[in-house]
Design a protein around this ligand. Structure first.
Ligand SMILES: C[S@@+](CC[C@H](N)C(=O)[O-])C[C@H]1O[C@@H](n2cnc3c(N)ncnc32)[C@H](O)[C@@H]1O
Length: 183
């Protein structure tokens, strides 16, 4: 299921609306989870499912709208994003979920867009209003500034983030995909 999809068991192919990128006003070095060449995410390089973006090196400022896959399938992407430390990631604003409190709170900044972000299907049609909002997570100076200046919604800087200089690959934190979280 796509991370932002309103119903379970459908597709990973739900694309970030171009207006988000217009508001951010930056170009990314890499989209590590892309549908393919020619997609509108403003990125110099892409990885697709064929490449497996998680198995590839990440360089520069990344934009991550992760495939969901299995339950908590977005969490490895979120951990990689945090460990990389440069870019913007989009995840559900599921503030009651275990993974949110384990990982999303590790981001340096957060932007909660006002209103429901309507993601786009491969045929260009716009999804119906989802039952939840999303949050854009920021890491690194360029990304954080872009989020702050975007005007998209409520911006939060997170100086007391729980990561506190640890590597998210260090194994010091439990893997929420192995716990019994509900969302
Ligand atoms: C939610 S969509 C986001 C697409 C685009 N980045 C955007 O924001 O509009 C996730 C994309 O990741 C792709 N994908 C799935 N598994 C992948 C993998 N292992 N490595 C790279 N991309 C993958 C899917 O085909 C899909 O196009």
């Amino acid at each position: 299921m796509g991370e932002h999809e309103p119903s379970v068991g459908q597709s990973n192919e739900w694309y970030t609306p171009p207006e988000i990128f217009e508001a951010l006003g930056i170009r990314f070095s890499l989209d590590p989870c892309s549908p393919g060449p020619g997609h509108w995410v403003p990125a110099d390089r892409i990885y697709t499912k064929v490449d497996d973006g998680l198995a590839q090196p990440w360089l520069g400022c990344v934009f991550v709208n992760p495939p969901f896959g299995k339950r908590h399938g977005h969490v490895p992407w979120l951990r990689r994003f945090l460990d990389h430390g440069n870019g913007i990631a989009v995840v559900r604003a599921y503030t009651s979920a275990d993974w949110f409190h384990e990982w999303a709170v590790c981001a340096e900044t957060m932007l909660f867009p006002k209103g429901k972000t309507k993601f786009i299907r491969p045929d260009g049609s716009v999804g119906k209003s989802p039952g939840h909002g999303v949050v854009l997570l920021g890491m690194g100076e360029v990304a954080n500034k872009a989020l702050e200046q975007s005007g998209l919604g409520f911006f939060v800087s997170n100086p007391q983030r729980v990561l506190a200089g640890r590597s998210v690959d260090s194994g010091q934190r439990p893997d929420p995909s192995e716990s019994g979280g509900s969302e």
